[in-house]
Design a protein around this ligand. Structure first.
Ligand code: HEM
Length: 213
């Protein structure tokens, strides 16, 4: 018999959603250990990784523009900041925030409710969909950035002589899982939950609309 999953609770309860997601993709304490193992060698490189991420975000106007408007906790003011550079004080502050986040992601030993709330707060603060007054980043940019960060870690693992092949495999699987989990904790705030997820009519309709030859 299929295990019952409460669809409403998935959208209301971050722990419940995470537990379901984890069960589905088999994210376990072994994955957390693999991430902790990666931390032991990659932590000194986090500033380089973060720098590369911000360089990438500054490479395109559609992503850079989010940093031109300074609407953050940095100094509490709303200012236009056309001359912002990667070395501006507020960008250094932001880089530190991302470094802290990545370190925590790798070092965390117990995925407590408090930690899940932290990951979920990161997702929530990037959109104003729920009426929050924070920034409003398009999910497209979240997806590209998460992929970019994950790839930097993957490259590091693959070229890291400290790990044998089995350890590398375990770390790569764990990385993939953790980035999908974080992605879900963004998506939950960007997408409206579907109310017709069980409607075969809707699925049929969408399927019929596909004109692929
Ligand atoms: C996809 C992965 C991303 C992660 C993990 C991430 C992480 C973070 C973190 C940890 C913070 C600080 C949160 C805090 O106040 O505690 C933050 C703030 C911020 N992020 Fe992101 N971010 C991501 C993507 C993006 C993208 C794609 C943009 C824009 C193109 C962006 C723009 C910002 C801005 C403008 C802030 C506010 C900074 C401030 O309040 O000073 N983020 N992000």
């Amino acid at each position: 018999m299929a295990e019952h999953i409460d669809n409403n609770k998935l959208n209301d309860d971050v722990r419940y959603r995470f537990d379901y997601f984890s069960k589905f993709i088999n994210f376990t304490s072994e994955d957390i250990i693999a991430l902790n193992t990666l931390a032991s060698s990659v932590l000194p490189l986090i500033p380089v990784i973060v720098d590369s991420v911000y360089r990438k975000l500054f490479q395109y106007d559609v992503t850079k523009e989010y940093f031109i408007i300074n609407n953050d906790k940095y100094d509490g003011t709303l200012t236009n900041n056309e001359n912002i550079s990667l070395e501006s004080t507020q960008m250094i502050f932001r880089k530190d925030m991302l470094s802290g986040y990545l370190k925590r992601l790798l070092l965390q030993r117990e995925w407590t409710n408090e930690f899940l709330e932290y990951l979920s707060r990161i997702g929530r603060m990037h959109t104003n969909q729920l009426g929050s007054s924070s920034i409003n980043v398009e999910y497209l940019h979240i997806n590209t950035t998460l992929t970019y960060i994950e790839n930097l870690f993957i490259e590091n693992v693959c070229s890291n002589d400290n790990f044998d092949n089995l350890t590398k495999k375990n770390i790569l699987l764990a990385l993939n899982k953790v980035f999908r989990i974080q992605s879900d904790l963004f998506i939950i705030y960007f997408l409206q939950p579907s109310t017709d997820h069980l409607s075969t009519q809707t699925i049929k309709h969408k399927y019929q609309k596909c004109t692929c030859s």
